[in-house]
Ligand binder design. Structure first.
Ligand SMILES: Nc1ncnc2c1ncn2[C@@H]1O[C@H](COP(=O)(O)OP(=O)(O)OP(=O)(O)O)[C@@H](O)[C@H]1O
Ligand SMILES: [Mg+2]
Length: 381
């Protein structure tokens, strides 16, 4: 059997003058779980449809293992597809719908029936085997579509928001089932979700898309802790983004001057190789900011100090919102596990903020290029 890695080279799709997918390269390893994440309209469904063979590309190629399948019809690709609007056959019962891919593959009827029943158990719908699709709710139809795709164990599965219509509990159950299938069958999965948490917990790697291009591709931790652009830093979770200037490089870290220049700090160079003095942004996640009472008798000129503007105890986390005393710096938020002295921090307290150099990253300051731009076809790697 051939490898079920997926690779695309220079793959592009336009609708008239509109670029839905700029020329894109991507390799999904055999057995990998890759999630496409990104704002609405960024090209996620377009990319999946090109992989599945549901729309033809304008340029570029698609390979499965070493086979060029760029122009192969969908049924000649060993790819299972679960799209949100991928309809079930209306004239077949649910059991017949699920057994259909097996029938097409010449699995004996009794065997197909047993496996269809098992698949229905897996999606918690054993009681609806004899019904027709129109007799199911949207979420139930979605689960049947999942069962129908999983039942014949294709070596690659593409899923476009397959859990979108499910409530939280079912969603979590199905996340586990999909992960189990992935682990046990070694299925290569390309998954689309709007849910960042789902993307972070399910994926080996996340491909963050923006305006028809790949903005950054990496492990969840890469994207979360080492974003390469403001767009990525901003898109995933809460972040503090501070204007800074580079001073000197110290190994893989740099010394930085913040705000008006009076406050020093450190951050990971994050692959940037900019000259001292270059204005940059520095990103620190709220949980990596440490807040402390300032020392009794000395405001060190190097300390970043701020006035507490709000305190929120959100169950397990306490969030402290601060206005830096240096007016050149934007408001910041720090988060830490709630302790039983959580009420010790009060509004208007002046506290000192600090972080470890390893927990902050330098991001090249491309603010003027803006998150929404993207008309440029530069396609930087
Ligand atoms: N058949 C089409 N004709 C014209 N434009 C299209 C067509 N299909 C998609 N587009 C456009 O291509 C862009 C990318 O669409 P796509 O469906 O890939 O986005 P998406 O990332 O899946 O968004 P969402 O998160 O909303 O599902 C959108 O601006 C969309 O309007
Ligand atoms: Mg879509």
């Amino acid at each position: 059997m051939s490898s079920s890695s997926l690779s695309i080279q220079g793959l592009a799709k336009r609708y008239g003058a509109f670029v839905a997918l700029a020329p894109t390269d991507l390799v999904v390893a055999d057995g990998e779980f890759l999630t496409l994440l990104g704002p609405s309209g960024s090209g996620k469904t377009t990319l999946l449809s090109l992989l599945a063979g549901l729309v033809p590309p304008d340029e570029g190629s698609v390979h499965i293992g070493s086979d060029d399948v760029t122009y192969a019809p969908p049924y000649e690709r060993d790819i299972g597809v679960v799209f949100q609007n991928y309809a079930l056959f209306p004239h077949m019962t649910i059991e017949e719908n699920i057994a259909f891919p097996l029938k097409m593959r010449k699995v004996p009827a009794a065997d197909a029936k047993r496996r269809a029943r098992e698949a229905l158990e897996m999606v918690h719908l054993p009681h609806i085997a004899g019904r027709y699709p129109r007799e199911l709710s949207g979420g139930q139809q979605q689960r049947v579509a999942l069962a129908r795709c999983m039942v014949y164990k294709p070596s690659i599965i593409l899923m476009d928001e397959p859990l979108g219509a499910l409530d939280k509990k079912l969603r979590e159950h199905m996340q586990l089932e999909i992960k189990r299938l992935h682990r046990e069958m070694g299925t290569t999965i390309v998954y689309v979700t709007h849910d960042q948490e789902e993307a972070m917990t399910m994926s080996d790697r996340i491909c963050l898309m923006n305006a028809g291009r790949i903005e950054q591709l990496g492990t969840p931790a890469d994207l979360y802790f080492r974003p390469r652009s403001l767009f990525v830093a901003d898109f995933l979770g809460e972040s503090n983004i501070l204007p800074a200037a580079l001073r000197t490089r110290v190994g893989d870290e740099v010394e930085i001057a913040l705000g008006g220049g009076g406050v020093a700090g450190r951050a990971l160079a994050n692959g940037t190789d900019l000259a001292p003095g270059t204005p940059v942004r520095v990103m620190v996640r709220p949980q990596n900011l440490t807040v402390a009472r300032r020392p009794q008798n000395a405001a060190s000129p190097d300390a970043l100090e701020g006035r507490v503007s709000d305190v929120m105890v959100t169950g397990s986390l306490t969030k402290v919102y601060m206005e830096p005393l240096d007016r050149n710096l934007p408001p910041l938020v720090a988060a830490f596990p709630t302790r039983n002295d959580a009420d010790a921090v009060r509004i208007d307290d002046v506290l000192t903020l600090s972080w470890s150099g390893r927990d902050a990253v330098v991001i090249a300051d491309t603010a003027s290029a803006g998150a929404g731009a993207g008309a440029g076809a530069a396609g930087a790697a």
